[in-house]
Design a protein around this ligand. Structure first.
Ligand SMILES: Cc1ncc(COP(=O)(O)O)c(C=O)c1O
Length: 474
């Protein structure tokens, strides 16, 4: 393995300590975490020796040593006897140790079918939060039914600050905690729609919401999408033909197409919804990943938009922490749906989320997710760039339009034969919509870059042959 050495005679990594609070060693750790998350210090970078950095920062060598020890404990750094201290590579750790969860088995096929965030260093901040919670004098509040006080109030403040991070700064509205975005969507649909109501979904989109809608006996109609997402013309046409109760859509980093709606289109969709008195269920589960995204649609139609997001794709899906923002007129019904489904979100998980958000760890993990997503997208582009690949540099997935001769199904089967799992367009197509010849490649699920590379290379090899020869092999 080759290491990048970050010191030479001219340059040395120097943490920016101005404007940070806390002890000096903590400020160094924070700066380090930020520079790693932003990609300024990539995995494998060798850090300056204690004394060198201490001299440059005019602090004691002990301060730097303490900072490095703390950062190592958090999984940011690793020391090698006799060689120095290096920025840790989360994918290496995951490859050499047993998979962190049953969902990321690395013994079988390369899995590009599940849209999970990349492995991150979330375990460090989680350990810290658990240590702090464990040291609290009274843990009983985490074991009881919750009222509007205590952890609930802290949770509301933390949720609002996270929603601000998502770009939701519109005045008014209420925040409702849920067990992930899926739960938020479920509660919104059960609370606000009745059997027979017409609900629109993207022609290709997130299938579990359609399953819920079917169970609620809603009438589901597809709205056309193009490379930017929902087409306003299609929406307008459908709304002229019949009353529509709700439009469900994912405006940022849409799955599977990776499309992000421009601000102009968001405004147009908001205006159409207002004119036809339609609700909007805005699924922004991927939104925080994209740094330069336009404001949420909820900003343009706050009186009718139920905005749903979670920490799943940006911090950790296992926390099961989600947020719904709804206008007050609708919020009571959604809150009641939360009560009827789970009574309340688990207070201990809420507390962990509050601490991660308040300490800035959630934001750092989000930045790390973006950096990893970017690295993996570069990898995908390098290997599959000669094909019709659609992707966003900060997205967790890519959308591969297949060359002539392939169908979604034949490609998926052939990929599986070569040990690579993908999702294909049929997994996302609404009833009555012809699934195009395309596959979604999720780049976050595989813990190690080298396995991802292997999987992508196998797909490139597969695509460089005429599909017919594969049919003969099957
Ligand atoms: C578009 C979309 N919405 C919602 C969800 C559910 O997210 P959560 O884990 O927060 O329930 C997912 C999960 O993959 C998703 O892809």
């Amino acid at each position: 393995m080759r290491f990048k050495v970050y010191i030479d005679l001219m340059s040395i990594w120097l943490p920016k300590l101005d404007g940070r609070r806390g002890a000096k060693y903590q400020r160094i750790v924070e700066a380090l975490a930020e520079d790693i998350a932003s990609g300024r210090l990539p995995p494998g970078t060798r850090l300056p020796p204690y004394r060198e950095l201490a001299y440059r920062l005019a602090v004691s060598a002990q301060t730097v040593s303490r900072a490095y020890t703390q950062a190592t404990r958090r999984g940011l750094l690793r020391g090698e006897t006799g060689r120095g201290t290096f920025v840790a590579d989360p994918s290496e750790g995951a490859a050499s140790t047993p998979p962190p969860s049953l969902t990321r088995d690395t013994s079988g096929p390369v899995d590009l079918s599940r849209n999970l965030p990349s492995p991150s260093r979330a375990d460090g901040p989680l350990r810290e939060a658990l240590r702090e919670i464990g040291a609290a004098s009274d843990l009983r509040m985490f074991l009881d039914y919750q009222s509007g006080n205590g952890t609930r109030r802290d949770h509301d403040a933390a949720a609002r600050s996270w929603l601000q991070e998502c770009g939701l700064t519109a005045a008014g509205g209420e925040v409702i905690g849920t067990c992930g975005a899926q739960h938020g969507l479920f509660c919104a649909l059960t609370a606000l729609l009745s059997p027979g109501d017409v609900m629109l979904t993207e022609a290709l989109g997130y299938a579990p919401v359609r399953v819920v809608a079917e169970r609620l006996a809603l009438r589901i109609l597809p709205v056309e999408i193009d490379t930017e997402g929902v087409c306003p013309e299609s929406l307008e046409r459908i709304c002229r033909e019949r009353p529509v109760r709700l439009l469900y859509l994912t405006p940022t980093l849409q799955s599977p197409t990776t499309a992000t709606l421009s601000e102009g289109r968001r405004r147009r969709l908001a205006e159409i919804a207002r004119r036809h008195d339609m609700l909007i269920l805005e699924d922004d589960v991927f939104g925080p990943l994209k740094e330069d995204r336009p404001p949420p649609i909820a900003q343009f139609a706050p009186e009718r938009t139920i905005y749903v997001t979670s920490l799943s794709k940006s911090v950790a899906p296992g926390l099961r922490i989600g947020f719904v923002h709804a206008p007050s007129a609708l919020a009571t019904a959604v809150r009641r749906a939360v009560v009827l489904s789970v009574w309340m979100t688990p207070p201990l998980m809420d507390e962990i989320a509050v601490r991660l958000i308040r300490s800035g760890a959630a934001l750092r993990l989000l930045q790390e997710q973006r950096a990893t997503a970017h690295r993996r997208q570069v990898l995908a582009r390098r290997i599959l760039g000669r094909f019709d690949l659609h992707a966003d540099p900060q997205g967790l997935h890519a959308w591969l339009r297949l060359p002539d001769g392939w169908t979604a199904g034949s490609f998926r089967t052939a990929a599986e034969e070569r040990g690579v799992l993908v999702s294909d367009a049929r997994d996302f197509a609404a009833t009555g919509v012809d699934a195009p010849a395309a596959a979604r490649l999720s780049l976050g699920h595989e813990p190690a870059d080298h396995r991802l590379k292997t999987g992508l290379a196998r797909l490139a090899d597969l695509l460089s042959r005429p599909p017919q020869s594969d049919v003969l092999f099957l």
